[in-house]
Design a protein around this ligand. Sequence first.
Ligand code: ZN
Length: 381
Amino acid sequence: MEGKRSTPTPSDLIQKIREFSRSILVDLCNGRSPVIFINKFRTYCKNSAENCFCSSNVPVGAKVLTLRKQPHAHRIDVLLRVLLIVQQLLQENKHASKRDIYYTYPSVFSDQSVVDRAINDICIVLKCSRHNLNVVSVAKGLVMGWVRYSEGGKKFDCISSPNTAQPVPVQVEDVQDILSFAEYILVVEKESVFQRLANDKFCSLNRCIVITGRGYPDVPTRRFLRLLAEKLHIPVYCLVDSDPYGFDILATYRFGSLEMAYDVEFLCVPNICWLGAFTSDYEKFALPSQCLLPLTTEDKNKIEALLQRCYLQHEEPHWRLELQRMQEKGVKFEIEALSVNSLSFLTKEYLPSKIQCTGGHTIFLQISTKFEGLSHCLIDY
Ligand SMILES: [Zn+2]
C-alpha cells in the first residue's frame, strides 16, 4: 500500500521491541522510573486554518508515561504484557486477534478497550500499523459485486455470484491479483441496506462493488476499501442515514478515526463521494412525514461537535452545509425510509439518479483511458 511511512519487517520490529524493553530494564535496574513517550496524533481540531496542522501527519504533542502515577503504571504494565505477546507472534510468525490478546490476562486488562489502547500505543512507539504486529481482527465488513482477488494464495471470486455477501478480507496486506469489471464502488453504512441491494440484485443490474462496514467500519474494511480505490481508480460513493451518526461514519471513511489517527494515511479514502441521504431528500423524494424523526438532544450535540471539525471547513465545506441543513430542519431519517412507497425504490430510482448526478460515469471513462494498464476495467463494458 502506498504511504509516506515504509513498511517495517518483523525482524525490524523485534529489534525495536528489544531496544525498547532494554531501555526500560536499564532504568529499573538504576532505580529510575522509565519514561515512555506516546506521540499524540489527531485527525481534526477546532482551530482555524492557519493554526491547524491535522493533515500534516505529525504528532501534536506526546503523552508521557512514568511509574510515579498509578494509572500510568497500569498502562505501562498492560503495554509491556501486550508487547511480549506481540514479540512472540512476530518470532513465531503467528497471528492473534485483539480478543485473543485480551484473554491472555483478562483480570489485569479488565476491559477490551485497555488492550486496544495498548496496541495503539505500541504501533505509535514502533511506528507501524496494527497488522505489522500480526494482530488481526475478526472480519466485520461485507463485500459483493464485480471483483476477484486472492488472499494469501486463496482465491475469492465475487463475480461468479455478484449478489452474494462475502466477508471482507482480514489480512488485507496479503490481497493480490485484484481483477474488477466495476464502474464504481458503493459503500453503504448498514447491513440491512446491503441486504436490500443483494435482494434486489443490484450488482447484476449495475457493474459495481458494494461494501458495508456494518456501522462504524473496522480497520480491515477501511484498508480493503482503500486498496480497491487505489488499485482500480474508480469512483467511490457512500450512502449513509440522514442523521449525525451516519455523517460521522461517512467522515470515518473519508478522514479516518481519532483513535487510529497515527495510521490515517493508510486508512482514509480521500476521494469518497457522499451520495446521500441528504436532509433535502425527504422533500425531493416526497417521503411521508411519519418517516421523519425529530433530532434528539444527543443528536443536536453531536451535530454541534461535528460542525467544529476543521476538516469539514477546509476540505469538504459542502458536506458541512448539508449538516447545517440537517440542524436547521431538526429532523433525521434512515435509508430504509426511502422504501416506504416501494421496496425497489432505492435500487431502481434513488441510487441511479444520485450516481447520474455526480457524473461518475464520465469520470470513470476519463480515468480508465488515462491509465492504460487498467484496461481490464473495460472488459465486457
Ligand atoms: Zn485541524
